[in-house]
Ligand binder design. Structure first.
Ligand SMILES: *Cc1c(COP(=O)(O)O)cnc(C)c1O
Length: 421
């Protein structure tokens, strides 16, 4: 298991533009972030150090399920009759069923280390909330989770998981915060969104003593923690005697994509490799393929700093698609800069195509993927079919970010023909 996370900022030809204070328009400092995040997370957010040591306490917990398997998807290769080799990194085997635990553990650990007693957060599909719930329990911290209302209704078992791990779960927008009350008045029938839930969790963290906010995606310190995925995969590919021509991840805010991609992207930036990197986002929330690169807020209400990113606008309300973890209006600053500089690509995938790909994958590989992960599977299948058309060998690696065993209601709705594009 790797002992360090990788910070791609150290190697980027154009580092990301700074986050700005919305009032003064001055760049945010680590100090500005410490009212919201632990000191270590705040420091990691802005550091340009290339490698960062993973604390022993974090590695001890990673060892419960890491390293995760790198799997050759021979069943999928056969089903597609493709000359391409398809590998996937199976992050679904974590105790909570997704990659989210990779960052939940260090975020909770750094809070604990500093004497913080409570954390707040938001969750879309419930994956991040589940991960931070068990991470907080490991370190004896209390947690309040604001869960996007549409997911609260669609994914009842996720909230049961969070409650089992000891968290307090509140559907968002809620009457528990000032911003929640205001949003309920302004949008009486809203399914909620990650942006709204973030506003609530941030408000509570800033107004309560001994409380910090945990974030599941987009920010650089989260992407940093997720690079454990790609660092492991890079070693495992080496053991397999292979190297990817294309690396794929589904894309919500960018954390699993960054995690699998950045360690390989280092080889492009530093050794002149020519691997392609593809982020697969939902057609219903296409910030990378149809958004604009500009300064925008990370939440609906404008509590966060201004972030330089591809965005659909912080008040964009995505349709209530079943890949709840991909319903976010913006992308992280680092990934946005990489896309702007053509160091990676993005594709959008519609919901029906993604489910179709997920069902094929289930039937030939035996693992039922999370609705989010099916977007990466669809993109990997497209790459494999193109390799077949072109008659070339190609090595494809994608991140299976999570399993869908708690999302079977979504599959049922697909089978019943109730899902829209
Ligand atoms: C949260 C989540 C995603 C999307 O978030 P990223 O930060 O873009 O990785 C994708 N897949 C699963 C299983 C998730 O839980």
């Amino acid at each position: 298991m790797p002992t360090q996370w990788y910070n791609i900022v150290a190697d980027m030809p154009q580092p990301p533009q700074p986050m700005l204070d919305p009032q003064t328009r001055k760049p945010i400092t680590a100090e500005d972030l410490t009212s919201l995040f632990s000191e270590q997370s705040a420091r990691q957010e802005l550091t340009t150090e290339r490698f960062i040591d993973i604390p022993d306490e974090v590695r001890d917990l990673y060892r419960i399920w890491r390293p995760t398997p790198l799997v050759r998807a021979s069943g999928l290769e056969k089903a597609l009759d493709t000359p391409a080799k398809i590998y996937f990194k199976n992050e679904s085997i974590s105790p909570v069923g997704s990659h989210k635990l990779n960052s939940a553990i260090p975020q909770a650990y750094y809070c604990k280390q500093q004497g913080i007693r409570h954390m707040t957060t938001e969750t879309g599909a419930g994956q991040w909330g589940s991960a931070l719930s068990i991470a907080c329990k490991h370190f004896g911290l209390d947690l309040t989770v604001f869960m996007v209302n549409s997911s609260y209704e669609q994914k009842p078992y996720r909230k049961s998981v969070m409650r089992t791990y000891g968290a307090d779960v509140i559907p968002s927008p809620s009457p528990a915060t000032e911003v929640g009350r205001e949003l309920r008045e302004r949008f009486p029938n809203t399914p909620g969104s990650l942006g709204m839930a973030i506003s609530e969790a941030v408000e509570l963290a800033l107004n309560q003593p001994d409380t910090r906010y945990g974030i599941g995606s987009t920010m650089n310190h989260v992407c940093l923690h997720q690079t454990i995925i790609g660092e492991e995969a890079r070693k495992q590919m080496e053991i397999a005697g292979d190297y990817p021509d294309v690396v794929i991840g589904c894309f919500g805010g960018g954390s699993n994509f960054s995690g699998i991609a950045f360690p390989f992207m280092r080889d492009n930036l530093c050794n002149g490799n020519k691997t392609r990197f593809v982020a697969a986002e939902p057609e219903a929330c296409p910030k990378l393929t149809k958004g604009r690169f500009e300064y925008d807020f990370g939440d609906t209400e404008g509590f966060t700093p201004l972030i330089p990113m591809y965005t659909l606008g912080h008040d964009f309300e995505p349709a209530a698609i079943h890949a709840g973890g991909l319903r976010y209006h913006g992308a992280g600053a680092v990934v946005s800069q990489l896309l702007k500089d053509h160091l990676m690509e993005a594709v959008d995938v519609n919901q029906l195509d993604s489910f179709k790909a997920g069902i094929l994958f289930s039937q030939v590989e035996g693992i039922i993927p999370a609705p989010e992960s099916t977007h990466a599977i669809y993109a990997a299948i497209q790459e494999a079919l193109r390799a077949k058309e072109e008659g070339v060998e190609r090595t494809i690696l994608f991140c299976l970010s999570g399993h869908g065993l708690i999302d079977m209601a979504s599959y049922d709705r697909y089978f019943a023909g109730e899902l829209k594009q």
